[in-house]
Design a protein around this ligand. Structure first.
Ligand SMILES: [Zn+2]
Length: 618
């Protein structure tokens, strides 16, 4: 079921199977199941025992102690995957056994026969199954594409749904659950389990009984997954749209068939408990800090507003040794500040750029740093270089000039609903030095949309000293109506805007690379402070109803907003996260596949009698 992984300070590791009901660890090979070397290990040190509630760690009277997630173990303590136990300098962890692994195994017959395993049988065979198959395939592919980062793992109710979906897959069901989907869901579960561990441990050592119960749940992967309450918003929309299937072939921008929300708002049909305790508190969770080259212990302490001794203690480091090893992870247990993570971008050198000083000015990173990030690299067109960037919150551009006023006559009006509507007298978004129009012939909007959009972009450029590209994409066709592959974008009040990227990383040629697909922003390239500045300007027009963005990414917007001085009320009113992804609160709303762009929906204007939907205040 699982085994024990032992990692020594030089980074080498080995695994030991669990033999029988217990495993003893210590220095003397003759007295223990597993012999450990190194200082501070007693001849008999500790043991792991398999009990009814999972594995329990007990120190058997060692001199220097056994440490569980930085706390010395007093009483027998339950272990979960993700727990870090130190015996001397050896890291001891429980990991799933290599074979049969949770990653690749097929559902067992017992699982298929389980009473909770309601088999998916709906009209047009297994429709629900196939819908979810499409969804998890897209999520898994995005995860793979971005290099399997943790932030793209499934969370909470979506993870529960995916797990159930995978377990209920019958042999012979088509399309088959792919290996990638299995790996994605299994990894998501591990990420979720390790997050729970760190959160629960924050409570202290007095919760052994509670932690024991959770141990059993996590270690045994039981059938009793939490059921999502209520129905998912995007699924509800699809159901209401009859047999239309999602597909992956939607045009050149990869947003094919993404689930648009219902015209009356995404939350109505599918609101779970918006204050689910499972979700709240994430805001105060510990942070995993990835050390970047040259970063020292005092740098890290300063970054999170905590003391050097705290960081040292949380990570078994010597506070008198400031040097850190790049790309290792430090636990910041109780950060006082939560700046956005530093980011590691890859950049391909272009013709004419093959000098370090040109790159240094492009990214505003000193030459010496660039060279150290890329030891031995010779710059030539096509060379890929690595650059670490520490994004900073923006301040207003000074001196502040008065904003231009955009007056648009009111003849362009939105008729009907975003996913069943049209546009009369549509206005094409004009060219501007403030943005790039990606698809001009599909960028027709109502007067309300075009004027407020321009107002917001101008305010954004002024309030936020961001000089990167801003790429605006589809609004509506000239007369509105169906605009494939979108479901909405029919009534001149939806626009897709690519997530702004960190200074320097994005090249205009990515948009139009010789008939190939445009290269969309990758997660690590997104400038969340600029995203926040842009959305704040949009919302402040008073004309925006929703901003759709994948729920997993809203955390980064939230953190950027906090750093840029958003008030509690603004956070609460504007951002759905950390409420569940089905919550009907917040202007930011979860929508499937909105990972590289936001989708902004404008309200109906007071002068549009045939516009169906919420109306802006006059
Ligand atoms: Zn859209």
């Amino acid at each position: 079921m699982f085994e024990v992984r032992l990692t020594t300070p030089d980074g080498s590791s080995r695994t030991e199977p669990f033999r029988g009901q217990s495993l003893t660890l210590g220095r003397e090979a003759s007295l223990n199941d597993v012999a450990l070397s190194g200082g501070a290990v007693s001849s008999r040190h500790c043991k792991l025992e398999l009990g009814p509630q999972g594995v329990v760690l007990t120190d058997v009277g060692s001199t220097n102690g056994t440490y569980l997630n930085n706390e010395r173990v007093g009483v027998p303590s339950p272990l979960r995957p993700g727990d870090r136990v130190f015996v001397g300098s050896t890291l001891v962890e429980l990991v799933p056994a290599a074979t049969p692994s949770a990653v690749s195994r097929a559902p067992s017959s017992a699982e298929l026969l389980s009473p909770s395993g309601s088999i998916v049988r709906t009209p047009g065979p297994n429709r629900k199954y196939r819908e979810l198959h499409g969804r998890y395939l897209r999520y898994a592919e995005q995860w793979e594409y971005e290099g399997r980062p943790q932030h793209l793992a499934l969370k909470s109710d979506e993870l529960a749904r995916a797990t159930k979906w995978m377990k209920n897959a019958q042999p012979g069901m088509l399309p088959e659950v792919s290996r990638l989907q299995r790996e994605f869901i299994a990894t998501s579960r591990k990420v979720a389990a390790s997050k729970r561990v760190t959160q629960i441990l924050g409570v202290g050592a007095g919760v052994v009984a509670l932690a024991g119960a959770i141990t059993a749940v996590v270690l045994l992967w039981p059938e009793s997954d939490p059921e999502p309450t209520g129905q998912d918003a995007s699924t509800a929309t699809q159901d209401s749209e009859g047999a239309e299937q999602e597909n992956n072939e939607g045009g050149d921008d990869g947003i094919g068939g993404f689930a648009e929300v219902a015209p009356d708002g995404p939350g109505g049909a599918g609101d779970a408990d918006p204050d689910s305790p499972d979700e709240i508190g994430v805001v105060d969770s510990p942070i995993d800090h990835v050390v970047i080259p040259f970063e020292t212990l005092p740098d890290v302490a300063r970054r999170y507003g905590v003391s050097l001794d705290d960081v040292a203690q949380w990570n078994f480091l010597n506070p008198d040794k400031p040097e850190l090893v790049a790309e290792t992870t430090l636990l910041i247990k109780s950060p006082k500040r939560r700046p956005l993570p530093q980011t590691r971008v890859k950049y391909t050198v272009d013709t004419g750029e093959n000098s370090w000083s040109k790159l240094a000015s492009r990214f505003e990173v000193p030459v010496t740093r660039l060279q150290a990030y890329n030891p031995g690299a010779k710059l030539a067109p096509g060379t890929e270089v690595v650059i670490w960037i520490d994004p900073k919150p923006y301040k207003p551009r000074l001196p502040r000039k008065p904003l231009p006023q955009f007056t648009v006559d009111r003849r362009a009006v939105s008729i009907g609903k975003p996913n069943a509507g049209k546009l009369v007298g549509g206005i094409q978004l004009p060219e501007s030095p403030l943005y790039i129009r990606r698809t001009p012939r599909l960028m027709w909007g109502s007067s309300q949309t075009i004027s407020n959009l321009q107002q917001a972009v101008a305010a954004f450029r002024q309030d936020v000293d961001y000089d990167g590209e801003l790429i605006l994409s589809d609004i509506s066709a000239r007369d509105g109506g169906l605009l494939k592959p979108h479901k909405s974008h029919q009534a001149g009040r939806d626009i897709d805007i690519w997530l702004p990227t960190i200074k320097g990383v994005y090249k205009k040629k990515y948009l139009n690379s010789g008939g190939e697909k445009p290269r969309r922003p990758m997660f690590e390239e997104v400038d969340w402070y600029a995203v926040w500045g842009l959305v704040r300007a949009l919302i402040k027009t008073g004309a925006v109803q929703y901003v759709f963005l994948d729920w997993r990414y809203q955390e980064f917007v939230y953190r950027a907003a906090v750093e840029m001085g958003a008030t509690e009320e603004e956070l609460d009113e504007w951002i759905q996260w950390p409420r569940p992804r089905v919550s009907s609160k917040g202007i930011f709303r979860h929508s499937l596949d909105h990972l590289s762009h936001i989708h902004v929906r404008f309200l109906c204007a007071p002068w549009e009698p045939d516009c169906k939907g919420a109306v802006a205040k006059p």
